[in-house]
Design a protein around this ligand. Structure first.
Ligand SMILES: Nc1ncnc2c1ncn2[C@@H]1O[C@H](COP(=O)(O)OP(=O)(O)OP(=O)(O)O)[C@@H](O)[C@H]1O
Length: 367
């Protein structure tokens, strides 16, 4: 988008000289307060709204040079409440664009069935009508329909805003999984900064009046908000949220406090310099914490809290585990849930300071 402005006939400037270089095969999120021009920006990309000034290029070519129908068919479009055709079955809703492109009915329906599975919908729902589905299921249908003709670009306008937080998290995870497989170029509109940070490879923060406040990867947004508007929009706990971008695999783990439930007194005493022992079952899965000088009683163990997986989880998850643990120590597990070590809040705190130091140096070097 090159210096794009949209002035509506009544004089409202919805978007003001917006320039954005939207990366290929990644998720770019447009976020900002109500009325800041997010939807207008998105709709200019598929020419549902025409810019007043400036130009939008797709793979280097001005989108005005393409017939509007073929442009729109190269862009899947998902909106809040899914916008499904109420009189068509789920399968036929998903098959809409392939049918418009001239595919035979069986081929289009075959593709639709394949997409239902891809977005996590049971194919037994195929013959239902939209009103017979939950809000979350309808949104999945909306995503499947947008993907049906395999468009390179996906435009998503607050697609998950109308569902409850648990369903919403599931839809976000599903989108990230699908994106890992398909690698679409996605432009995603939301007013929810947490959603933006979770989904975006790049995040554009817009301010009222349709002006760009900052365009950056989420980690940079959290560490270096461009001004007080962005800082306020990010909210009070951005320091904690930033920890989501620091890996946990370099945390030094202690294995000394790990002990099996069937360990004898001598084995326990050998480890008695640890303030607590992490008791595991015979397979090494954590059961809970025990004080070293007491007999091991499965019924009296302290809750071990939520474990983290080094590498897969962030420092934020590790810290959360330690904060919630009654001992102040977090438990690290492998992919099979077996304990691989424990780490204290203090050590996690040192790792956070080191990670901040490295991230700060990285940002300076990049300038
Ligand atoms: N057709 C229109 N005519 C006049 N003004 C419009 C029109 N459509 C949108 N606007 C105005 O343009 C501005 C941007 O609207 P837009 O819908 O793009 O914002 P948004 O960021 O998507 O808002 P929200 O988060 O509330 O959906 C608003 O002030 C809105 O009132």
């Amino acid at each position: 988008m090159d210096a794009v402005t949209k002035r509506y006939p009544d004089g409202t400037v919805a978007v003001d000289r917006l320039s954005l270089d939207i990366p290929d095969r990644a998720i770019t999120v447009l976020v900002g307060p109500s009325g800041c021009g997010k939807t207008t920006t998105l709709r200019m990309i598929n020419r549902m709204v025409e810019p007043t000034e400036g130009s939008i290029l797709l793979d280097g070519a001005d989108i005005r040079q393409q017939p509007v129908n073929s442009l729109r068919r190269s862009m899947g479009y998902v909106i809040q409440n899914a916008g499904l055709f109420q009189h068509r079955t789920i399968l036929d809703n998903i098959a809409t664009v392939p049918r418009l492109l001239g595919w035979s009915k069986p081929k289009a329906r075959g593709r639709a069935a394949e997409l239902m599975e891809r977005v996590g919908l049971d194919t037994s729902l195929a013959k239902r009508y939209p009103y017979q589905l939950s809000g979350g299921q309808q949104q999945r249908v909306g995503v499947a329909r947008a993907l049906a003709a395999d468009p390179p670009v996906l435009l998503m306008d607050e697609p998950f805003s109308a569902v409850d937080p648990v369903v919403r998290k599931g839809l976000q995870d599903e989108l990230l999984r699908i994106q890992d497989e398909l690698g679409k170029t996605i432009v995603f509109v939301t007013h929810d900064i947490d959603e933006a940070i979770k989904l975006g490879t790049m995040v554009a923060v817009l301010r009222t009046g349709g002006r760009l406040a900052q365009f950056a990867p989420p980690a940079e947004l959290l560490s270096e908000p461009a001004d007080t508007f962005v800082e306020d929009f990010l909210g009070a706990d951005r320091g904690i949220r930033r920890l989501s971008f620091f890996p946990s695999d370099e945390l030094p783990l202690q294995t000394g406090p790990l002990v099996r439930l069937d360990a004898d007194a001598a084995q326990r005493t050998a480890r008695s310099d640890a303030p607590y022992l992490l008791v595991t079952d015979a397979d090494g899965r954590p059961l809970g914490w025990a004080e070293p000088d007491r007999p091991l009683d499965r019924e009296r163990l302290l809750d071990h809290g939520r474990p983290f997986r080094p590498g897969a989880d962030s420092l934020r998850t590790a810290l959360d585990g330690a904060v919630l643990s009654p001992t102040g120590w977090a438990v690290a597990v492998d992919g099979d849930g077996r304990a691989v070590g424990v780490v204290s809040q203090q050590v996690i705190g040192e790792a956070i300071r080191a990670a901040h130091g490295r991230a700060g140096a990285g940002v300076k070097a990049a300038r």
